[in-house]
Design a binder for this molecule. Structure first.
Ligand SMILES: [Zn+2]
Length: 140
């Protein structure tokens, strides 16, 4: 398991074209443990309940001390229940949905990336097929 204190573990570099790179930095994941089992899937410091999905697909939640709304209560709502919250609805709150892309322009960093060397400790380097979103971000 990777430690949260190491720098760069929420950062990845993506090659989005010949010699063109993006630095993607995700927001930190909320460290709260829902029901002491699943880690909250929200962004660190988020509002509303702490939440995650169990293996059976139930929406598990616990009141958030930083934004209390349920008197400290917790619950587990199975799919099909009227107050079930679908994963599609929570997608926008999911920590992996929260990131910022920056074009890499520093020549020294570009040279490191070209050699597959990470400019930051633990930062990932990826050369995926370009997505529509990335194409839009870099204006191609
Ligand atoms: Zn949380």
């Amino acid at each position: 398991m990777r430690g949260a204190k190491r720098t760069g573990d929420n950062i990845a570099y993506y090659e989005v074209g010949r010699g063109r790179w993006l630095r993607r930095e995700w927001k930190r994941q909320c460290p709260f443990k829902v029901f002491l089992s699943g880690r909250c899937q929200g962004v660190k410091g988020h509002k509303g309940v702490h939440w995650c999905y169990s293996l059976s697909g139930s929406f598990e939640w616990e009141d958030n001390e930083a934004d209390p709304q349920h008197d400290g209560a917790a619950g587990s709502t199975p799919p099909g229940h009227k107050s079930y919250v679908s994963p599609v609805k929570m997608q926008k709150h999911y920590y992996l949905s929260h990131y910022t892309d920056t074009a890499v322009t520093d020549k020294v960093i570009l040279a490191m990336l070209k050699k597959n060397r990470s400019p930051e400790q633990d930062a990932g380097i990826d050369r995926p097929v370009i997505t529509a979103h990335e194409r839009k971000t870099i204006g191609r």
